[in-house]
Ligand binder design. Structure first.
Ligand code: TYM
Length: 341
């Protein structure tokens, strides 16, 4: 199975997901992942998950979590994921994720899990007493997500590379211990845009957990809010619009974002803006951001206005996901010697 990752439809299988950690996704999520998902769903048998079991590895307000889970699913659809074509579902509605995670926990080394840099960063931030065991095994749950569907391809941003590496290691280990069971997946990252940086601190990743929200562009924020953040984005004082990640991180980040959202190359932007000022570049970017975010914001609001219909779509998709998940899980249990009913 490790060399033939195709679905019954003959298409290769893709899995990816996002945490519903706030109501709105941000620009990094969109450019690093969602935008490529929309393109890839045509050529893959795709599973797109709202990973709410991952979200509870840090404290959550239950009502807010329910709302942001629906809001995240709505944004997938609003951005162009078609729930008829792709399987778009909520992780907690398919019990196989938690079950396979448990099985994989038993073949994951303690030291191996402890080397995950995201865990190290987050646990340092929260402190030992408030860091949960769930946060420690978070990457194993992520491996379960991917392996459950025999996914060959995992489109993610750069920050998930290490987790996909762990997934590959666990798949290979399981296959050699218990017999060929899992497809060994590869991460796929958007060229040049796998890491979008904070607008105020352009050497740090754009992230919901940054100290200040002023460097983060949210998909659902009003245009005025994003405009202000873009106009105040950190640049430099040499005044030239040129891509140079090392010497000009702020300007390079703006160029990357602009290029991704406008579907243009960075080089064509450099010539378009040659001789102009940073203010012009920022004004252009404000328009491009709104031209992409505006329709997503409107469609998300429409979808969220009818939560019963959204829940119906998610439940139907969870049934489809569950069928695929159960097929893998039955094999895993059998190979590990766990008797089924
Ligand atoms: P999450 O929810 O933090 O992020 C969702 C996706 O957005 C990408 N991303 C970025 N890309 C570029 N620049 C940025 N600044 C940026 N910030 C976020 C992430 O790389 C990701 O692709 N552990 C995952 C969720 C997950 C998952 C999975 C992903 C759980 N199971 C299985 C793929 C497959 C996470 O926390 O992503």
């Amino acid at each position: 199975m490790s060399t033939a990752p195709v679905s019954p439809s003959g298409k290769p299988i893709l899995f990816s997901g996002m945490q519903p950690s706030s109501d709105s996704l941000h620009l990094g999520n969109y450019v690093g992942a969602l935008k490529q998902w929309v393109q890839m769903q045509e050529d893959y048998e795709a599973f797109f998950c709202v990973v709410n079991l991952h979200a509870i590895t840090v404290p959550q307000d239950p009502e807010k979590l329910k709302a942001s889970t629906r809001a995240t699913a709505a944004q997938y659809i609003a951005a162009g994921i078609d729930p008829e074509k792709s399987t778009l579902f909520v992780q907690s509605q398919v019990s196989g994720h938690a079950e396979l995670a448990w099985a994989l926990n038993t073949i994951t080394g303690f030291g191996e899990a402890g080397r995950m840099t995201q865990f190290k960063d987050k646990s340092q931030r929260f402190g030992a007493d408030t860091t949960s065991v769930g946060l420690f095994t978070y990457p194993v749950l992520m491996a379960a997500d991917i392996l459950l569907y025999q996914a060959a391809t995992v489109p993610v941003g750069e920050d998930q590379r290490q987790h996909v590496e762990l997934t590959r290691d666990l798949a290979t280990r399981f296959n050699s211990r218990f017999g060929d069971t899992f497809t060994v997946p590869v991460a796929q990252m958007p060229k040049g845009a796998a890491k979008i940086y904070d607008l105020q601190e352009p050497t740090a990743k754009m992230s919901k957990s940054a100290d200040s929200p002023s460097g983060l562009l949210s998909l659902l924020d009003e245009p005025g809010v994003n405009k202000k953040k873009i106009m105040r984005a950190v640049t430099d004082d040499d005044g030239e619009i040129r891509f140079d990640r090392e010497a000009k991180p702020g300007v390079s980040n703006l160029l990357t974002i602009y290029a991704e959202l406008a579907g243009q190359s960075v080089e064509s932007l450099e010539s378009e803006y040659a001789g102009k000022g940073y203010g012009d570049l920022k004004k252009g970017l404000v328009e491009v951001v709104e031209s992409v975010f505006g329709p997503i914001r409107t469609r998300t609001a429409e979808l969220l206005a009818d939560p019963a219909e959204l829940d119906r779509i998610l439940a139907g998709n969870a049934d489809r996901a569950n069928e695929a998940a159960q097929a893998t899980l039955r094999t895993v249990y059998d190979r590990m010697g766990l008797i089924s009913r």
